[in-house]
Design a protein around this ligand. Structure first.
Ligand code: MEV
Length: 424
């Protein structure tokens, strides 16, 4: 039986019921979701092997976005975030996209770039050409560093070079292009870069300095596209207003930063839940937003010929299924089981689709009722819990905060005292 991401009413269930429904929907055994228990499945001893000077661990809420369909397949998508309304918004937007077949995703393949900086350059174009002449030898040497990757069909694919004018003189920058398959790839490409640098420097007649991957991962791009039904969005006027909101973000870096932050609300939450490197993805996305020199929106919303809204998003997506926290963190492993993806490319396609869903939800809310309406209801629950309300008390306290238009910690404590007084 294929996974069905359309679980209605998940929000009205208890955490235990949700776990059972998600395990059922994703076709994994219920025990796999125990990693999401208190502590997030990561013991202090295990954490002690991951970083230095460990004093403990820190947990975040993990929710599951529903309704997500990518390339005709349904996914239940775990999202780790502290921000209220993100998971609900992604699920709503995915439901709207579903009416026209969900998200279509495609990409360039999992190729990462390692940079090797060459200094003491006498004849820059001669140096660049000598680098290119060494291509076959360098690719062979790079591939010898990682026989497993080559066996899996990956490996170093190309060597390119650029002449770069800097305030410290002319440098030549070599780029080693490596297909990293299901890895994020940092370790693989950094090892290769360090191994080939001395030989490359000798062949080029220069001195090598930095040898490190580039987070501007523009040879690992993923695109998502969806048609959002005009009627489900709230009518033709809402479609036109979302197009105007998109044009605003395309033209204005102040708005683009916030627009893109909305996209990252979705992207980073899935990247984090799957144990991937949020900083690498964020650096890649923002560098892509500035690829033409100015900082602009990562997505586009247009009105299609049939009056529906067409959303597109293209970003670098360097995520992996193997290595690092993806393998080591029990909750990340459980998240990947729920997702049921079989390659890093498939994971990247789901992540970018969720980014587009998140972006649509924010733009729709902004262009229609405003963002605070839904946001404050959820925020009120966080404030209530922060003020000491028990899970049973949270809904009552939150409701009062919203009704009175005072979503503040001090007022939440006052309401709590009042409600508890009434019960005695
Ligand atoms: C808030 O976390 C994200 C938004 O500001 C995004 C946007 O403005 O598009 C709502």
């Amino acid at each position: 039986m294929a996974v069905n991401s359309r679980i209605s009413g998940l929000k009205d269930r208890s955490v235990a019921e949700r776990r059972a429904l998600v395990a059922d929907g994703a076709e994994v055994e219920a025990a796999a979701l125990e990693a999401f228990g208190a502590g997030g499945g990561l013991g202090v001893e295990q954490a002690d092997h991951m970083i230095e000077n460990v004093i403990g661990t820190m947990s975040l809420p993990v929710g599951v976005a529903t309704n997500v369909t990518v390339n005709g397949r349904d996914y239940l998508v775990p999202m780790a975030t502290e921000e209220a309304s993100v998971v609900a918004a992604a699920s709503n937007a995915a439901r709207i996209a579903r009416a026209h077949g969900g998200f279509r995703a495609s990409g360039t393949g999992p190729v990462m770039i390692a940079q090797i900086q060459l200094l003491d350059v006498v004849d820059p174009y001669g140096t660049r050409t000598r680098v290119l002449e060494a291509r076959e030898e360098i690719l062979e040497l790079a591939n010898a560093q990682d026989p497993v990757l080559t066996r899996l069909g990956g490996g170093a694919r190309d060597l390119t070079a650029r002449v770069l004018e800097t305030r410290d003189g002319i440098q030549v920058i070599a780029h080693l292009h490596v297909d990293v398959r299901d890895a994020m790839g940092a370790n693989a490409v950094n090892t290769m870069a360090e191994a080939v640098a001395p030989v490359l420097a000798e062949r080029a007649g220069a001195r090598s300095l930095l040898r490190i991957l580039s987070n501007k991962a523009d040879t690992r791009l993923v695109r998502a596209r969806a048609v959002f039904d005009a009627e489900l969005l709230g009518g033709a006027r809402v479609v036109d207003d979302i197009v105007s909101a998109s044009a605003f973000a395309e033209a204005d870096p102040y708005r683009a930063a916030t627009h893109n932050k909305g996209i990252m609300n979705g992207i980073s939450a899935v990247v984090l839940a799957t144990g991937n490197d949020t900083r690498a993805v964020e650096a890649g996305c923002h560098s892509h937003a500035a690829r033409d020199g100015g900082y602009s929106a990562l997505s586009r919303f247009e009105k299609g010929g049939d009056g529906h809204l067409v959303g597109t998003l293209e970003v670098p997506m360097p995520v992996g299924l193997v290595g690092g926290a993806t393998r080591a963190h029990p909750a990340a492993q459980a998240a990947l089981r729920i997702l049921g993806v079989s390659s890093a490319t498939e994971l990247a396609e789901v992540i970018v689709s969720v980014g587009l869903a998140q972006n649509l939800a924010a733009c729709r809310a902004l262009a229609a009722e405003g963002i605070q309406h839904g946001h404050m209801r959820l925020h009120a629950r966080t404030v209530a819990a922060g003020a000491g309300a028990t899970p049973a008390e949270v809904p009552g306290v939150a409701e009062r905060l919203v009704k009175d238009g005072r979503i503040q910690a001090e007022y939440a404590r006052e309401v709590l005292r009042e409600l508890r007084g009434q019960e005695q």
